[in-house]
Design a protein around this ligand. Sequence first.
Ligand code: GLA
Length: 408
Amino acid sequence: MSIVNVKLQARPASPPAAIAGRPALQKRFRTEFGHESGLYRAPGRANLIGEHTDYNDGFVLPAALELSTWVAAAPRKDRILRFKSLLGGDALEFNLDDPAPSPRHDWSDYVRGVAVKLQVAGFPLEGADMLIDSDVPIGSGLSSSAALEVSVGFALLDILGVAVDRVTLAQACQRAENEFVGMHCGIMDQFISCLGAAGHALLLDCRSLAYRQVAIAPSVRLVVCNSMVHHKLASGEYNKRRADCEHGVALLTPLLPGIRALRDVTLAQLVAHQAALPEVTFRRCRHVVTEDERVLKGVAALEAGDVAEFGRLVNASHRSLRDDYQVSCRELDILAELAWGMEGVLGSRMMGGGFGGCTLSIVRTEAVKRFTSDMAKGYTAATNLTPEIFVCSPGDGVSVVAPSESAA
Ligand code: GLA
């Protein structure tokens, strides 16, 4: 999720064929920095089901996308990180030995935060030059920030010659976002950007970090519709929802000794203790508790080949996010409701933090063409906005496209 004050603008996404590599980025790097570079990519993500459960120690089912952030990178002989984004702005630099690194409150905090947290985790980073580009639309709930963090972190570790432990990298990137950027996100986005696998979603237990791959049938496609709106309250409301959940746990703990998070509470227990919670807190908790159940039922349905049941759970997730968690908005509701009325759509819901960004629709492969054209027309008629629509297949997690010289 992107913080609201990120200054970069989204650009239309390149076709997934770009996955084959970005020779143009390496060429541009040569012009900018005067030497050769390695090339790294980390994906954005879709989340099939399990929204706002990750920071409640719960379950999520994300998939990596082919839309990616790309980093051309090469080592330097000093302790400087120098980096520039093709999405805009001048080159920036900072010293890895700065004893008190402080955020600038712009996109560069993701880069610097990752370097800071990798050093705290015990990796003695070397200076580097980096040129960054991205296909992941910024601030649209496809996790452009995690893609940036993970691609940069992976490049810095590869330059150091360290075999990258993907879980460690995901944790360092989450810490960068929590403690350096100030966004109290869970682990989902960084984890899937590190550990995604083509053709699969990943069932992740956000408490133990145990995970397993869940195959996505080729008979369905994941269609992401960008509402093209990003309401300003997003990051403040996100942190508030997190606080609501913690408040719920604090009020329930004397009644349910031993619980540590909403993950430990069943719906029957929550309902039994409804009177102990303010109305809004109860509804926030009910979303999380029922969403955890939907994730597990959804995985069972997918594994049994019952995509129709999976779709029903996806729709129920949207209603719960809209009514109990209250993180949807008019544009997301329009996108979801339009999809619900279309042939070949198994399910559709808002995705990510909320208040704008994208919906995800699970669409039968043969109905995709019709879906994209009807959706574009219907959404424009209702809102005067032109949606960006991405037909996606689950892709792989972060990778080295071409190693940098020191690591080769
Ligand atoms: C954002 C956060 C994630 C997760 C989702 C909501 O994408 O970065 O950690 O909490 O919102 O499910």
